[in-house]
Design a protein around this ligand. Structure first.
Ligand SMILES: CC(=O)N[C@H]1[C@@H](OP(=O)(O)OP(=O)(O)OC[C@H]2O[C@@H](n3ccc(=O)[nH]c3=O)[C@H](O)[C@@H]2O)O[C@H](CO)[C@@H](O)[C@@H]1O[C@H](C)C(=O)N[C@@H](C)C(=O)N[C@H](CCC(=O)O)C(=O)O
Ligand SMILES: Nc1ncnc2c1ncn2[C@@H]1O[C@H](COP(=O)(O)OP(=O)(O)OP(=O)(O)O)[C@@H](O)[C@H]1O
Ligand SMILES: N[C@H](CCC[C@H](N)C(=O)O)C(=O)O
Ligand SMILES: [Mg+2]
Length: 489
């Protein structure tokens, strides 16, 4: 694409005289990836400033540069007021506005996003549609999987991925939209057709100043719904009527709303709820009619996830029998309430609960069914919200018979300092502290007797542990399986 054409996507920006005809073959935001024909966009990050790498990009062959200030380089520089926003606009234009004609569903909220996206994948596949997924576990285009670094990638990778999805004839793209992504403009230019809100509780207060700012970031998905290409078809906001932020979110959008809930009045409801250790059953009540659901997903919170997914599917015209089939077929989601079965006479559940609310939900669910003692092995991530640490440890101690506090992903923090934060104010008699996660899991396994349940929380599907800047192989499921085998020897 010609530079002149590409720059038309940036209001009030102009190419330097004579540079309009430069052929742009790729957009890059990392100087190390720059090559001949690249348009390098200098982005100010949290660690370094991309402007400092402009010369390196030039050396690698970049044909032009987008920056917020003049640079000492010999290739054309286009000055904009905000390179992060420009990156989104340029990427969207370069990749042919891929979400304009694609059905795009965005899911936001503190907990349940990944689960809802996998429920929607099942539904739309059964509705004979090809799907794409962007989220925490991975990105997926049909059956092809691509590892993901972020839950919601930066605008460049995002638009590139949508473009690939378009080439692969994806009908419906389903993505998790994190509050970071909304705040940092990563989803700028995405034309969402349906936006789902799961719930809001404490997390990420390292990044957002307070809960109001966190809520505001989440609300951007709804306030911007339908604002991109004008009124191109119906847009729907699927909102949780039982969440205390419902009214705020309802007021934030001018689009159609489908509310779901169990306690409060809603368009999509669950009635006659039956929660069991093996399954969950309820009557799904919708504007299209009613149907009985029998699901393998455990816990009340998963009913909310199913109601949210049902809302989005109904908004897109999926019949109720398909929704029912999908909910009944899905065996579970990787690393979410996943049982480790190695022939042992106690239960081991690996779950991705890494917030106070999700930890409490999952522990209460387990307690409801436990015939023996409940053990929890839990840690908190480093370089993340410090204020959630004592809350999570308090919840672990309150609801489990024995809490074993350990490391999650310490990242660049001292693991013992994270554990100090968790244990603050707790009586040392009520918890065990084992810094090494493998040893902590082994300890719980060795304590367990018949009918006891061990919850290993926080890392779910993750197959690594981040220590410093290094990712080492680590998988809670593998660690548990090995410990169970050793116990049996
Ligand atoms: C805090 C944060 O969001 N950081 C993201 C950010 O990294 P950063 O700001 O540190 O980037 P940087 O290293 O300063 O680099 C700035 C610029 O210089 C460029 N650069 C850098 C070095 C070089 O040699 N040459 C060069 O050009 C970089 O390519 C970049 O364009 O930009 C990176 C590339 O897009 C992201 O991968 C990275 O996410 C990190 C991994 C992260 O942990 N983010 C978390 C906080 C996050 O975003 N989480 C949310 C939600 C989680 C949830 O659902 O609970 C998510 O969506 O993942
Ligand atoms: N609707 C829900 N409400 C509260 N807790 C939930 C809900 N759904 C799932 N959980 C809990 O939260 C954990 C994470 O679920 P999931 O991965 O679906 O959420 P997420 O929003 O994608 O998380 P992340 O922000 O890390 O991407 C689950 O393992 C479970 O313990
Ligand atoms: N997307 C979440 C994942 C947290 C997972 C947990 N294992 C941790 O590392 O804190 C985050 O970046 O806050
Ligand atoms: Mg997720």
């Amino acid at each position: 694409m010609k530079l002149g054409k590409l720059i038309e996507s940036l209001p009030f920006s102009k190419c330097p005289e004579g540079s309009e005809q430069i052929e742009i073959e790729t957009i890059e935001m990392d100087s190390r990836a720059a090559r001949s024909g690249a348009l390098f966009v200098c982005v100010k990050g949290f660690t370094v400033d991309g402007h400092d790498f402009a010369s390196q990009a030039e050396e690698k062959g970049a044909a032009a540069i987008i920056a917020e200030r003049p640079l000492d380089v010999s290739v054309p520089v286009i000055i904009v007021s905000d390179t992060t926003q420009a990156l989104a606009e340029l990427s969207n234009c370069f990749y042919g506005e891929p979400t304009r004609n694609m059905n795009l569903i965005g899911v936001t909220g503190t907990n349940g996003k990944t689960t809802v996206t996998y429920l929607l994948e099942q539904i739309f596949n059964r509705f004979n549609q090809k799907t794409g997924i962007i989220g925490t576990i991975q990105m997926k285009i049909g059956d092809e999987t691509i590892p993901s670094e972020n839950t919601t990638p930066d605008a460049l990778l995002l638009q590139k991925t949508f473009h690939k999805m378009q080439d692969a004839h994806v009908d419906t793209a389903i993505m998790e939209v994190s509050s970071h992504a909304l705040d940092l403009g990563r989803v700028h230019g995405c034309d969402f057709d349906v936006a789902i809100f799961t719930n809001l509780s404490q997390d990420h207060l390292d990044y957002h100043k307070d809960m109001d700012e966190y809520l505001h970031a989440k609300s951007l998905l709804f306030s911007r719904l339908g604002n991109i290409y004008g009124n191109t078809g119906r847009k729907f906001a699927i909102l949780n009527a039982d969440d205390k932020h419902f009214d705020y979110l309802k007021r934030s959008t001018a689009q159609h709303i489908l509310a779901y809930g169990i306690e409060n009045d809603a368009d999509i409801k669950a009635e006659n709820v039956e929660l069991a250790v093996t399954h969950t059953a309820f009557k799904l009540v919708t504007p299209l009619g009613e149907t009985e659901i029998y699901s393998h997903l455990i816990g009340m919170f998963n009913i909310y996830n199913m109601l949210a997914a049902a809302g989005a599917a109904i908004a897109k015209g999926v019949p109720l029998n398909i929704i029912k089939e999908a909910f009944e077929a899905i065996p579970g989601v990787d690393g979410r309430f996943e049982a480790v079965r190695e022939g042992q006479d106690f239960a081991v559940i690996v779950d991705y609960a890494h917030t106070p609310d999700s930890l409490e939900n999952v522990l209460l669910t387990i307690k409801e069914f436990a015939k023996g003692k409940v053990y929890v092995v839990v840690g908190c991530g480093g370089d993340r919200d410090r204020s959630k640490r004592p809350l999570m440890a308090g919840i672990a101690v309150k609801h489990a018979d024995q809490a074993i506090l350990t490391s999650d992903n310490p990242r660049t923090e001292d693991p013992d300092r994270i554990l100090d934060d968790m244990a603050e104010g707790l009586d040392p008699a009520v918890y065990t502290r084992i810094t090494d996660r493998k040893e902590a899991i082994e300890h719980a396994v060795n304590l367990a007797e018949p009918n006891d349940i061990i919850l290993i929380a926080g890392k779910g599907h993750e197959t690594y542990q981040i220590i410093g800047h290094t990712k080492i192989d680590f998988d809670d499921r593998v660690a548990a399986r090995e410990a169970i085998r050793r116990k049996g020897e």
